[in-house]
Design a protein around this ligand. Structure first.
Ligand code: RFL
Length: 384
């Protein structure tokens, strides 16, 4: 069996690429290791930045993917219990992210691709990339040949590991912070809420009309926070968010989030192109992981379409550099944001605590600093 592009992985990167190629009349087959319900139920990111949303608008997929999603209007940063409201769109000429939970995005992308006749195969095991110059892919019970492979199989996938190690340089950074996240049946906040406090960082985000996702900083190497009694978790959230009346609710999920960054360079080897978490991971601060995955998919879709439909191969060798520039830009932003909200905590030294406060104050006193922060949060416009 042969096709133009084989896409490994049906996460945000793979499914966005599949939809964009399908719209452009490029044949592709998506191979996904897990079953459909597993892929559809994975709960992670919550916001599509301006660029991310524009990708779907430009492709005529806005109704199918974004539909009635609300815009992100306000971020509340509570410093030692004192509220500060940051209205991002007021600094960006109205440019804002849209609130689309990753789960919903994936479901919509999946349905749109399959309903339009897309070839998406679930539960495909033992995928191996046998040849990257004249792509040949084998898996349990099948074999494919293709002009190109898109490795969209996340951080733990096989695509990046199929590149000879001496052809890849990797960069890793551990931010030295522990993050614990719980999902609770507790009323969502009015606005995205982050609490900066000497007790440590905490945040609360809406997850639908009746639930909240909370994040709490903890000291790595100590007791596993998943063993914390629920009462202690709620006490810590009330302290850090400066809200003694924060209503508790049943906790339905407890997870550790790794505060780690990783980048692999270059993002391609012969006719294999890596996209999304397969090439880079970023901390959730700044909410850029899923957006980088979509950006890669958009750049790759353009380059593959030009090569396969128009015979113009110039976009393919440029793919890695274009995506890495944005990746490092967002890595820097995520690190900057991470320091600002975590260095205020008791784990930090007094000098860094004061630097963090200065960084925070600048956002509310210096319009250029506010505009820059809002610009990074919203994401840059889509190139037309
Ligand atoms: P994904 O989503 O990991 O999808 C990869 C897909 O490939 C499949 N796969 C394979 N298929 C075939 N063969 C193999 N050998 C395979 N190995 C894996 C997997 O089953 C899966 O279906 O990668 P993708 O598409 O690059 O998308 C990346 C995003 O999912 C990721 O960056 C974000 O979720 C990161 N992230 C956040 N991003 C944001 O923009 N904003 C956020 O607020 C945000 N919060 C988060 C996050 C990630 C988190 N976790 C759990 C890592 C919060 C959390 C807790």
């Amino acid at each position: 069996e042969t096709t133009d592009v084989v896409i490994i992985g049906a996460g945000p990167a793979g499914l966005t690429l599949a939809n964009l190629l399908q719209r452009n009349g490029i044949a592709c087959i998506v191979l996904e290791a897990r079953d459909r319900s597993h892929v559809e139920d994975r709960q992670r990111a919550g916001v599509l930045d301006h660029y991310g949303a524009e990708i779907f608008t430009a492709a005529g997929l806005s109704d199918a993917i974004i539909a009635d999603a609300p815009r992100e209007k306000m971020l509340e940063l509570r410093y030692e219990g004192e509220p500060h409201f940051f209205a991002g769109p007021a600094h960006t000429g109205g440019r804002a992210g849209v609130i689309v939970p990753q789960q919903l995005l994936v479901r919509r992308l999946l349905a749109t691709f399959v309903e339009a006749g897309g070839d998406l195969r679930f539960g495909v095991s033992d995928i191996r990339l046998r040849d990257l110059s004249q792509p040949r892919i084998t898996y349990a019970g099948g074999e494919l040949t293709a002009s190109y492979i898109a490795g969209c199989d996340g951080f733990h996938g096989i695509s990046r590991r199929s590149i000879p190690p001496d052809s890849l340089t990797t960069y890793e950074f551990d931010h030295g912070i522990g993050w614990y996240t719980v999902l609770a049946e507790s009323p969502p906040p009015w606005h995205a809420l982050m609490g900066i406090s000497h007790h440590g960082f905490a945040a609360q985000f809406a997850r639908g009309p009746q639930a909240s996702r909370f994040y709490l900083q903890y000291e790595p190497g100590g007791a596993d926070p998943r063993d914390w009694p629920d009462d202690y978790t709620w006490d810590q959230l009330r302290l850090r968010l400066g809200d003694p009346n924060l209503p508790a609710g049943p906790i339905t999920d407890r997870e550790i989030v790794e505060m780690r960054s990783f980048v692999a360079e270059p993002m391609s080897h012969q006719n294999l192109f890596l996209a999304g978490d397969a090439a880079h991971i970023i901390t959730p601060m700044g909410a850029k992981g899923m957006n980088l995955a979509l950006f890669d998919a958009d750049v790759l879709a353009r380059a593959l379409t030009a090569a396969l439909r128009d015979g113009d191969e110039s976009g393919l060798p440029a793919y890695s550099d274009v995506c890495l520039r944005r990746t490092w830009d967002y890595q820097e932003f995520s690190r900057w944001f991470t320091e600002m909200v975590h260095d205020a905590g008791a784990q930090s030294d007094p000098f860094r605590r004061r630097l963090a406060r200065a960084r925070f104050d600048r956002l509310f006193t210096n319009p250029a600093a506010a505009a820059h922060f809002a610009d990074m949060m919203a994401g840059t416009p889509h190139p037309t």
